[in-house]
Design a binder for this molecule. Structure first.
Ligand SMILES: [Zn+2]
Length: 157
């Protein structure tokens, strides 16, 4: 847990590696759960004195291809700027117009591993697929027709 406002004010820097197995919410979309992601969190102060965090995450995930249900490699390249704001506070006009910054509602301490998992989940494609999937076109049609059934089948295997 991190005192994020202070971390931002003091231009802190934190680097680490997190095992995929610790990401409970991410496990559902992974074809393989070994491996890890590397992250780097830095504290930044905005032009108007805003407390911000820059989060960078890299790593290689194996997602479930929605056509053939095989493992499809996906390289994470996350680089996000997050502005800390008390929970429930309304964003200013300026903040809403700035596409480069997202608001991170936060009171109290920040769970860094949960933040990394949130950002990884947000960055994933909705329907991951091999760029060149080996599955024949006819069978691919079936998988596309009902990707959720295919996922359920996979989970119960
Ligand atoms: Zn595929």
């Amino acid at each position: 847990m991190l005192d994020a406002y202070r971390f931002a004010r003091e231009a802190g820097c934190l680097e680490g590696r997190l095992a995929l197995l610790d990401f409970r919410r991410l496990l559902d979309v992974l074809a393989r759960t070994d491996g890890w992601v590397d992250y780097r969190l830095s504290g930044v102060t905005g032009d108007q004195g805003q407390a911000r965090l820059r989060l960078q995450v890299t790593g290689r995930l194996l997602l479930v291809c929605q056509r053939c249900l095989g493992a499809a490699a996906y390289d994470l390249r996350i680089d996000r700027l997050l502005e800390l704001a008390p929970e429930g506070s309304a964003p200013t006009q300026e903040e809403m117009e700035d596409d480069n910054v997202d608001i991170l509602p936060l009171d109290g301490a920040l769970a860094v591993d949960a933040l990394v998992e949130d950002e990884v989940l947000l960055s994933l494609p909705i329907a991951p697929r091999h760029a060149e999937c080996a599955l024949p076109a006819a069978a691919a049609g079936d998988a596309r027709a009902n990707p959720f059934a295919a996922l359920v089948a996979l989970k119960h295997r």
